[in-house]
Design a protein around this ligand. Sequence first.
Ligand SMILES: *Cc1c(COP(=O)(O)O)cnc(C)c1O
Length: 369
Amino acid sequence: MRELVIDLDAVVHNLDVMRSRAGGAMVMGVVKANGYGHGMIEIAKTLESAGVDYLGVADNEEALALREAGITVPVLTWLQHPEDDFKAAVSANIDLGLSSIEQLERVAEAAEALGTRANVHLKVDTGLGRNGAAQIDWHKVFKLAAQLQTNELIDVVGMFTHLSSTSEHDDMAQIGKFEAAVGEARDAGLSPRIRHLTASDGSLSYPDAHYEMVRVGAALYGLDPFSAGRAGEWGLRPVMTAKSSVVQVKRVEAGQGVSYGYLHKTERATTLALVPVGYAEGLPRDATRHVRVLLNNRLYPILARIAMDQFVLDVGDDLVEVGDEVVLFGDPRTGASSVDDFAAACSTINYEIVTRMGGRFKRVYVGGE
Ligand SMILES: *Cc1c(COP(=O)(O)O)cnc(C)c1O
């Protein structure tokens, strides 16, 4: 057994928490990367029934999959590829986050071919240095967007940017730059109705920067966006529990080398328990020696090298049977490692842990009725 148990009630609860934090602003639920590893369609349907205002994904391919699944709430994409067929996206009524002249031209072409208008959110780079129009290009981009809007090929409904979360000082500088960009866009004749800037962290830290919408990913999945183990303090509930069960138990003598490279050798006669989760499931190989998993109400470190399909626990003289449940991470109130503990033990952030979980894990959904 290998399961990622996804608590849909916790997702609804977390949406409520973030909605009350957002004040009057709309809430976009971010479901990119297979809903941060939780299953994009199930999470999106749950958020849609719970009244989320928008869904956000990186790619158009993800957005089209949402539409194919019958999801009708507004969807925004922001990572445009040179091979993307914008006609498909525009026909599916997907809002497009655009960062360049070239993207604007291609979207206008698609809208013209379809005899319709594309909903556009202009993305400006205010300091993250990733996508978004660079400041030196703002004028050209806004001018072209205004012209395409006059020609009824696009409707610039929104304008947005993304923070680097480096420091409050850097974030404030970005907010100032965003204000300047919106001013320039208005001077060019645009009137973006939905300005949006904050992700989970900024939505919690900067209530004055919510504008008309906040874009929330991590917090909906119960993850502390600061990876500081404080999700509970924000009132967020964990959504994913990664679990498996013991498939073999055996007694061995002292001095038995365990798994590749013998990182672990038994110090005395002991019991070894085999668990069928490996790096193919997204369990970082480097987690060996650092993470602790829950078995029969006790946390055991994984001492022997994590392999592709399995890891071994040295449980000493504790009584363990085939079929006993092993929780890799989940709700810390159950005694399991939280995803934050697990991430810290792997020298990474909770976002990476939940998105990389996959392989032969099955997602099992609970709640959400
Ligand atoms: C992923 C992403 C978000 C959501 O970020 P969280 O930290 O998970 O809330 C918001 N906006 C953009 C542009 C993103 O790429």
